[in-house]
Design a protein around this ligand. Structure first.
Ligand code: GLN
Length: 273
């Protein structure tokens, strides 16, 4: 088959799976052929080898089953950076970028020491450090695969000298040092909504029956980890804003802000020690 027919085949097959079937089909073919997408588009009539055709169709089938696109290609763009992702680690979400943007804003280009709790691919802390050259930090995650993945990303962005990643259960962490900023995107999906999660790690998403399991200890512990005037920035789900706000007030945070994401959902909470 030629390039054009394969792209159309992929597009048709992925119609019910994604809002962007054409784009994904093109990108999958570009991945299989190891040629940039733009170049593929310029060679529509070119014949594809049988081996590549079969490989492409196999990946289309895999994607049809709901397998995430980013797990196939091992890439996910976040904050303008190309993160390595793999099975076993949460795929960075675009709405999480607002946490990083906020951290960059409040850091004002100054040197900060940052803690990322439940770091996953390392996307939050690494993109922060990428755009704030003076800062350094620590990322913790309960998953070995996540820690390994975050380290790999640190290496590819030349940030290994400014960040450490360690495996820790966030419920058990303690530190001797104090942080200027604590960031976290904890699991907050309600348990009942986790039934349909077949591919991403459940322990990165399952926030218990009401989604709140991780917040009380996260908010309380972070208060201890922060220096005076240090800032906590956490991702939340829409509908949680009042409870999170109260929990933060109760713990002693001041200047509490709850912000919406671009889709209009409450997505971020922030407070100062
Ligand atoms: N926003 C993610 C989702 O809905 C959830 C991320 C999380 O639980 N921290 O898939």
């Amino acid at each position: 088959m030629d390039v054009k027919s394969l792209i159309l085949f992929g597009q048709k097959s992925l119609n019910n799976i994604t809002d962007t079937p054409r784009l994904e089909s093109e990108l999958l073919l570009s991945y299989v052929l190891k040629i940039e997408r733009e170049k593929i588009l310029a060679s529509f009539t070119k014949d594809v080898s049988l081996a590549d055709e079969e490989n492409f169709k196999l990946l289309v089938k895999k994607r049809q089953s709901g397998y995430p696109f980013s797990y196939i290609t091992n890439h996910k763009a976040f904050m303008g950076l190309d993160f390595f992702v793999r099975e076993g680690v949460l795929i960075p979400r675009p709405e999480t970028e607002m946490l990083v943007e906020e951290a960059i804003k409040i850091s004002n280009g100054e040197e900060k020491y940052v803690l990322d709790i439940g770091t996953g691919t390392g996307c939050i802390i690494l993109s922060f450090l990428y755009y704030n050259h003076k800062s350094s930090g620590l990322g913790v995650d309960v998953s070995d695969v996540a820690v390994e993945t975050a380290k790999k990303n640190a290496l590819q962005f030349n940030l290994s000298g400014r960040v450490n990643f360690v495996r820790r259960d966030c419920r058990e962490i303690t530190f001797d040092e104090e942080f200027d900023i604590v960031v976290s995107n904890p699991p907050y999906v309600k348990k009942e909504n986790c039934k349909n999660l077949y591919f991403e790690p459940v322990n990165a998403l399952d926030g218990g029956s009401d989604g709140f399991d991780f917040y009380p200890s996260l908010i309380e512990k972070s208060y201890k980890f922060l220096r005076k005037e240090g800032v906590l920035i956490i991702e939340i789900d829409d509908g949680m804003e009042h409870t999170i706000m109260n929990e933060m007030k109760k713990t002693g945070y001041k200047d509490i802000k709850i912000l919406k994401d671009l889709a209009g959902f409450y997505r971020m909470a922030e407070g100062v020690k």
